[in-house]
Ligand binder design. Sequence first.
Ligand code: HEC
Ligand SMILES: [Cu+2]
Length: 418
Amino acid sequence: MIDLTSTVVDILSATVVTVQDMADVAAPAAQEATSAAAAPKEEVRELGGDFWMPPAASTLAPATDFAFQVITWLSYVFFFGITIALVYLTVKFRQKGTDVNYDAGAPVHSTPLEVGWTVIPLLLVIAIFFMGFKGFLDLSTPPKDAYEINVTAAQWSWSFKYPNGATSNDLVVPAGQPVKLVMRSSDVLHSLYIPDFRVKKDVVPGRYSYLWFQADEPTGFVPEDRSARTAIGHHLFCTEYCGKDHSNMNRKVFVLDETEFKEWETTQARWLDEVPDEDLYMVAGPKLFLRCSNCHSIDGTAGTGPSWGDQTSGSLAGLGTLWERVTEGTSPIDGGTRDNGGKKLADYIGPGKLYETPEDYIRESIYNPGALLISGYGPNMPHFRGQLSDRAVDAIIGMIKNIDQFDPKGRYVGDVPN
Ligand code: HEC
Ligand SMILES: [Cu+2]
């Protein structure tokens, strides 16, 4: 049974591939245009794509696009064929005058016609089925030697973890090599979608799901310049409505050639250790803040989470910066797993209390955010245990203490470190 299925799949896919090769031959100009656009990093990169489809940037994309084209063109042929025949026959055989002869000897049955319009569509839909089935099998079978990246989806962020311990919020992958994503969710249902690669898979709480692809064309990489991020790289979306800040889960996929990727991966895993202690919060703070900036502002605007600056609205208005609110203990507390009835942070921070020092409180806010909730804010922060080292937390605390040395985008604007 299995053998028979796979034989049929092979035969049909061989046909599909042949037709596809013919289509490829017809489009060399388009391909040339794509590779010529491997422009310097600063320029907007033309990735191609057309009215119907975004650029095809993975090895899986041609098969998907081919199936899409086949079905689209079949639909055109049938739509116009049937409509034209319908209009023609309606006009030709319309009732002329009032004198109707119901028994004009018109044919009531034609076996070749009926067999034809049954068998031809049947063959077409069987072919479409196998095209889809073959594509589905390819999509759901990651190659054994694939490069594995762990993905955690959370309300409302992606976290990508690489085999050497590096982590990132945008997905960075090696070119010309199959990549397998091992995905899990830390809260609700999410779904990872990379349109240019034609891959999409649900990320379900309590279970692992896989997705794989191979992208051959490098895109280049711009990690910090937010405006250039829009021009370079492929879009990555959460395509399952997962709550109010669902749209914050829009990210980028950067494809790097092999040496560039190795370099990126190594520095990404080690960069924090290489920052000198005395520059720690100035250099590392802004980079780490990118993981918090979806929910925390610096300029006082209330977001999903409290601002690290002097918040201008809500339950924290007028209480000063995060560091002032914490050291003075003025933030109102409402709930959380370690809430014991205290009304303000002052009831929890201090010698002999839940947290000895303000630093302890901030550290726990990062590793175990649900412990105490600030009034007006829900348990909406993902925990960063296993993702941020002690040194990273030190850098963040340093940044929070010196928040006036950072601009609203999180860039260091104090005295430039040596
Ligand atoms: C998805 C949104 C989200 C992200 C991302 C996020 N937080 Fe939060 N954060 C919250 C919310 C909501 C609260 C308030 C409720 C609570 O304490 O859990 C909060 C509270 C905090 C607090 C306590 C604030 C106070 O006023 O006492 C700190 C400190 C904090 N976050 C640090 C961080 C750091 C550091 C990062 C990045 C590494 C981060 N957060 C990323 C949503 C987020
Ligand atoms: Cu989501």
